[in-house]
Design a binder for this molecule. Structure first.
Ligand SMILES: NC(=O)c1ccc[n+]([C@@H]2O[C@H](COP(=O)([O-])OP(=O)(O)OC[C@H]3O[C@@H](n4cnc5c(N)ncnc54)[C@H](OP(=O)(O)O)[C@@H]3O)[C@@H](O)[C@H]2O)c1
Length: 341
């Protein structure tokens, strides 16, 4: 075991687009677990777009971090010491812990991680089998409600949530169209994730024309991860009784003000569309069933997944900043350490 524990704290509040100044690396002693606690060594750390909101001094659904606070994050790790009856050294766990190499967790807050089933990996518990997978599951099935004959459009389609949304909507019988930011992502959507059509939004300014070609019959369901010009276009092409799930608005996360001006709301009148913001945490009472179904789909190969892995704990800030530059395909994780055996 290492002698010291490295961890990131909030180094400063970003103004607009964050850079490395938002992060400060500190070295501390490795903490010791007390009664009922477990020492976890981080193997994989998740970086997520919503963390940008926590860097702002404004209350939202996730509490803001203060400058100097330890950055929290989802972790897949290995138990290295346990003072809790349910856990032994060597077991793999998932926890809501910290951007740190080691952390002490309450043994009651950890969940087991089994990387042995077909198509399941340790980092997949941070993506398709974790919070992003459950977000895709509830936002698609409960909000978009796709069915045969529907066309569903997904923005941020090649990311952790979006790539899973498209596959779940496809399993429900819909025709699925994705928007993503590179030609490589478009190919991956069509070839690996089973989307029926995909658009590289960065290659054209005429998103409406691109959408008309990919979805000539209009849009029955829209799963929005990004906002911005892609959503402006999609909202003008909603079919009657369309359903829109507002999951994320990453195109706006680095804006300090609220944008105003002529918007697309008039389009909702003719389409009688339902636009619903949702938070995955509101579905906690149904997580067990969602986890079970997602796992079945992954094991059977009905839902495939990708992780983008940045190697090295010290590169976690870089991995986070890459989310806003579209550097990831599927779930962005940081590989912090190898399992011990
Ligand atoms: N409501 C909830 O409960 C909930 C839960 C989890 C996540 N979310 C939200 O869901 C969205 C997806 O999350 P994720 O974890 O799956 O992230 P992700 O999609 O894996 O990563 C972010 C992606 O967003 C795209 N992007 C970045 N800046 C953009 C811009 N200005 N315009 C258009 N696209 C941009 C990039 O892909 P391209 O190369 O395609 O641009 C990037 O790869 C985020 O907005 C997140 O905040 C919401």
């Amino acid at each position: 075991m290492a002698d010291t524990n490295r961890q990131f704290v909030l180094g400063g509040r970003p103004d607009g687009k964050p850079d490395l100044d938002a992060f400060e690396l500190r070295e501390t002693a490795i903490p010791e677990p007390g009664r009922g606690e477990v020492l976890v060594r981080t193997l994989y750390l998740s970086v997520d777009p919503y963390m940008r909101g926590r860097m702002r001094d404004r209350d939202s659904y996730a509490e803001p971090w203060a400058v100097g606070d330890r950055l929290e994050g989802h972790v897949v790790g290995e138990v290295v010491a346990s003072e809790h009856d349910d856990w032994e050294a060597g077991e793999f766990v998932f926890g809501r812990l910290y951007w740190s190499e080691y952390a002490v967790a309450d043994g009651a807050d950890l969940t087991p991680v089994d990387p042995t089933p077909e198509n399941v990996t340790l980092p997949s518990y941070l993506g398709v089998l974790g919070m992003p997978g459950r977000t895709a599951y509830f936002g698609t099935l409960d909000v978009v409600e796709p069915g045969p004959g529907d066309t569903v459009v997904v923005s941020g389609a090649a990311g952790a949530v979006g790539s899973t949304v498209g596959q779940i909507a496809g399993l429900a019988g819909a025709r699925v169209v994705g928007f993503a930011g590179t030609a490589e992502k478009v190919s991956l959507l069509e070839d690996a994730f089973g989307f029926d059509a995909a658009v590289n939004y960065a290659a054209t300014e005429d998103h409406r024309a691109a959408l008309d070609e990919a979805a000539p019959g209009g849009v029955d369901g829209y799963f929005d991860n990004v906002g911005g010009p892609v959503s402006d276009a999609v909202l003008t092409r909603l079919a009657v009784d369309a359903r829109v799930a507002v999951c994320g608005q990453i195109a706006h996360y680095n804006e300090e003000g609220v944008p105003t001006g002529p918007r697309t709301l008039p389009q909702l009148i003719a389409s009688r569309a339902r636009v619903e913001g949702f938070l995955v945490s509101d579905y906690a009472s149904r997580f067990d069933r969602a986890n079970e179904r997602l796992r079945e789909w992954v094991v059977s190969g009905d839902v495939t997944h990708r992780e983008s892995v940045v190697e090295g704990f010290e590169r976690a800030p870089e991995a986070f900043l890459g989310l806003f530059a579209g550097e990831n395909v599927g779930k962005q994780v940081v590989a912090v350490a190898e399992p011990s055996e």
